[in-house]
Design a protein around this ligand. Structure first.
Ligand code: DC
Length: 206
């Protein structure tokens, strides 16, 4: 079984996807980490994330160890990832890897932006996780503060707004719900309630 979990930044899709993978005994792939790893590699090379040659070289040179890097979770990595993710050739390189994981037994939960629309259009289950941008910003802000980074709420909100616009506005594989996705709005749900709602939907579907 393949479960596609898409949604904007800080919607809670990663936490939800990880829990669903554990619950259904499936592999888990955070596809954002692939784009983050390319973003971090480009920045380390001294190039700008909008330099398409540098992004392509970094994507081609990715190694499995690159996904296990604390820097991947930093906010700058998310921004760099969003920029390089607009490049169709970079996306093409990422596609193979994602589909290989998805098709390995016993199946997988993948979270990202284009899993239900492009990477796994035949996934048995597709969820699109959203929440109001103010709520997402407050959640991300609390996470960052807990990690010792103390940006203003305004900065976090601006960051998310910019990232949503870029991810949803790009020409290739933009962030959008698949036509057959189940929309899960977590604005008023904590993670436990969101998990229960997803399980109820999935159990009814399979
Ligand atoms: O989910 P995340 O915040 O870790 O993703 C970081 C960026 O990577 C996101 O802003 C856009 C890009 N991304 C993408 O284009 N497609 C995916 N399937 C996953 C992430």
């Amino acid at each position: 079984m393949i479960i596609a979990v898409d949604g904007p930044a800080a919607s809670g899709k990663g936490t939800l996807a990880r829990r669903l993978a554990a619950h259904y005994g499936l592999n888990y792939l955070d596809t954002g980490s692939l784009y983050r790893a390319v973003g971090v590699a480009v920045e380390r090379s001294g190039a700008s994330p909008s330099n398409t040659d540098a992004a392509l070289a970094a994507a081609r040179g990715l190694e499995i160890e690159d996904f296990d890097d604390d820097q991947l979770r930093a906010d700058g990595a998310g921004e760099a990832a969003s920029i390089i993710a607009a490049d169709p050739q970079v996306r093409e390189i990422m596609l193979d890897f994602q589909r290989r994981i998805a098709s390995s037994p016993p199946g997988a939960v993948l979270d990202g932006r284009d899993i239900g629309t492009v990477v796994c259009p035949d996934a048995e289950v597709k969820l699109f996780v959203t929440a109001d941008i103010e709520v997402r910003a407050r959640r991300r802000h609390a996470e960052l503060c807990a990690a010792g980074v103390k940006p203003s709420l305004e900065t976090v909100l601006d960051d998310l707004r910019r990232r949503d616009e870029r991810d949803a506005g790009r020409a290739v594989a933009p962030l959008k719900p698949a036509a057959d996705a189940y929309l899960l709005d977590t604005t008023k749900l904590d993670i436990e309630a969101a998990f229960q709602a997803a399980v109820e939907y999935i159990d009814g579907k399979i």
